[in-house]
Each structure stands twice: as structure tokens, then as C-alpha cells.
Design a protein around this ligand. Sequence first.
Ligand code: ADP
Ligand code: GLC
Length: 482
Amino acid sequence: MTSLTALSIASEIFPLIKTGGLADVTGALPTALKAHGIAMRSLVPGYPAVLGGIEDPQQVHSFADFFGGSARLLAARCDELDLLVLDAPHLYVRPGNPYVGPDAKDWPDNALRFAALAQAGAWIGQGLLPAYAPDILHAHDWQTGLVPAYLRYSGRPGPKCVFTIHNLAYQGQFPYELLEQIGLPKAAFSLDGVEYYGGIGYLKAGLQLADRITTVSPSYALEIQGSEAGMGLEGLLRLRAGRLSGILNGIDTKVWDPSADELIPATYDVETIGARGRNKQALQARFGLRNEPNTLLYGVISRLSWQKGLDMLLEVLPGMLAEGAQLALLGSGDAPLEEGFRTAALKYPGQIGTVIGYDEALAHQIQAGADALLVPSRFEPCGLTQLCALRYGAVPVVARVGGLADTVVDANEMAIATGVATGVQFSPVTAEMLAKALTKTRALYADQPTWRNLQINGMTTDVSWKNPAQHYAKLYRELVDA
Ligand code: ADP
Ligand code: GLC
């Protein structure tokens, strides 16, 4: 096995900076790739949380004027991660999250902030740092869509570029007038370049110009070639279908391990699954729910956005409660959804508990204590919470879309008889079908031996990075050998 070097370029990386599953993926893949002879470094913006969380930073390059200010590259570590941090305070040292300010509006200079990240990645690929020449650049999501554009229009040789779509709904579209400021030539502004509906499309550029495109599940790779999930890019994706593939995400099975998880009250494994009862009791207490060991307790851990379909859950709540269930929801996002779940918790005390916010430890406690985990997404490129749920014995109840369809085996009659079922799927994704799925889940829960089988099948499913990492390693090798 020849060893290769790859540079991952992304706006988020766990445990330093995370707004969603992207960070989990970029944080776990480098370690998983080691076993396949791939040494992956990760380039990430120097947000305050990143600068505050790294160990042993060493300056390896400085820029006098980089997108309107001075900047430097720091080589650093964080646990097992080998990092390059783009320390450009004028772009990244701000309060709020990576994309929006405290007023919940996009930072007005996002076009520059992420062009800078992509440009730094491309330059490193082209030999900016002495003694470091990555064989592959692996760029993630719209924030890094310009990486292959900078490579292409520099006119200089560079490594092959893989571009991964984590979510086609966020596209990074900016006005044409910025072209010069982000350092791209006029020639880049064409249909087969960065041009997108009269402006500059960062995601579009990635899809158009990368050597290979991947997304995070085989089903989503197919769905995005159609008009419903394609979000306007389906034509381009169909054109590039020969370069597009779906590789399922895994989860970090060290971070998510119910037998050793320090964030949960009682650890357990398949043999000691009964200990989940203590976690359920603690969860009920934490969410102000009635202490009822035999009441079906649903958990939700989610961004509250249209994608996640939780408005449909609000619609079916009365029916769900009438069937005698409880809900513990952790999430944050769109104000009307936050308000909806807050109000529901006030209206149904003891039956619905809501925590609005972002809480890593509580996410673990929900996975360890809820009987079932609900994910009614309208679309879901992969989804990670259902993978964690499988590992923790919380039966996933999911919409049959994208990665949810690919990772949960529906408890239909045949699958139960064969002993392979791990959860409940529903389709089409409507409130009516969600309500039916809840009724079905209720019936499965009432049959405890069957329910226990669902839990054990889930807990013994391989949700690790082992297989996915092998696929990425193969893809990198194919590209390097091509
Ligand atoms: P997406 O990236 O679309 O938000 P994923 O399911 O891929 O969805 O990943 C979401 C990740 O963020 C998971 O690791 C999940 O546990 C975590 N997460 C989402 N919302 C919260 C929250 N409110 N508190 C803690 N963790 C959360
Ligand atoms: C995106 C998707 C989610 C996926 C995650 C990591 O945020 O919404 O489905 O799991 O990226 O790939």
C-alpha cells in the first residue's frame, strides 16, 4: 500500500468548531484514513474557538496582504488532528457563529472570507509550504467550492481535487462584481466555470470543476440528480454523473460509545442494555417529564430548520400524546420552530420537554435514554443522529430519504421475521405518514421482545468510519493513479 498525503479543507472541524454534521465528518475522517495509508492534514479558518483550542501552534507562513489584511498559517495539533490554521483575524476573529453574526444575519463579507479559505487551500496544494506537497485536496461544501477554481485558473499545476457535498441547500451565491476582489480572472466567469445565474456560485464552482464529486450517501447522490432535491443544480449533476458518487458517513465510535461514555449517567452495551432504564429516568427528570419507565419516550436532537421536517412533528403532537408518549427535544434554529416547541412544552407539561440551544452532553444523554429517536427530514444528505441512535439502542424513526433510507432497516414484516430490522421508515414525508409511523412505533414498543431485537440489531450495526474511509482511500488512489 503506497502512502498518500491529502489536505482536507473545510470551514468546520470537530471538536474545535461545529454547527452541524460537517464538523463531525471532517473531524473523524483524518483518523479513520490513517489505517489506509492516507496522511490527512486539515486546513481550517482561525475562528476564536479554533485559536483557543489548538496545541503547539507554529507559524509556517505569513501573508502581508491577504484578502484585505495580514494573515498567517499556523501548523498545530488538536488531539490526533494535524491542522493548518488560517489565522486571518480581519476575516475570522468575530463573535457569533462561522456564518452569521450576533444579529443572525450572514456576515456581509462571507464571499471574501470563504474565497480566502479556498485560495489558501489551493496555494498550499500548489506548494506554498516547503516540504509539503499533498497528493489530493479534499474540499467540503460551498465554503470551499472555489478550491478547484483557483487551481484551474491559476494556470499552474496542482493536485487533483475531490469535492464533497454535505448539503446542496447551502450554495454560496455572490454578485459578479466580486470576481476581481476574490482574485479570479474574467475567463472564470463562464458557464463551465464559476458563473451561476448571473453571479458567482461557490458550490456550483466545486461541482463544475472538481475532479471527483462525492456526497454523503448513495441515495442522496441519486436524489440530487432530480428536480426535487437538486435545488437547481440537478442538470449540472446529471452532466457530471460519471464523476459523482455517494459514500456514507460514519460516526466516531470512540466519541459515541455507550459502554464508555462519560457524559451519560449509566454506561451499557448489548449485554447490559437494561441499564438504559437509569438513563431514561435521568432524561425524564432533566426534561421535566413524568417519571414513567414504561411510557415510550421519543428524543429529537436537531437543527430546527425546514429541512428537518419538525414542523410536521408539531402538527402531529396531539395524536402522539394521545397514544401515550413523551418527547424530549434538543434543538435550535428557526424562531417559529423554537417558539412552537417551547409553547408545546408549556401546554403539555410532563409530556413534552424542550431545551432550546446547543448542548453536546445532552445530545449524548438523549441518545442513551430515549427509547426512539425521531428524524422526519424532508431531505437528508446523510444524517448522523440516526447513526448515533443505532449505536445507543435508541430506535430510529426516520423519513425514507437520503442517508436515512440507506442506514435504517425498516421494521416491516419481512425484516422483522428475518431479524434485520433496526428502525421505522416512513414515506412520503408528510405529517399524515409521520403520524402513521408513530402509531406503528407505539405498537412495536408494546411488543417488548421485538423492540429489544430492533435495539440490538441497531447496536450491532457497523456505523463506524471503517468502510467509508476505505472508499475515500480508494477514490484518492484512483485519482492519483489516473
Ligand atoms: P446536520 O448536519 O444537517 O445538522 P447531522 O445529523 O448530519 O445533521 O449532524 C448533526 C450533528 O449535530 C450531530 O452530531 C448532532 O448530534 C449534532 N446536533 C444537532 N443539533 C444539536 C443540538 N441542539 N445540541 C447538540 N448537538 C446537536
Ligand atoms: C449536512 C447534512 C447531513 C449530513 C452532514 C454531514 O449537514 O445536512 O445530512 O449528515 O452534512 O455530512
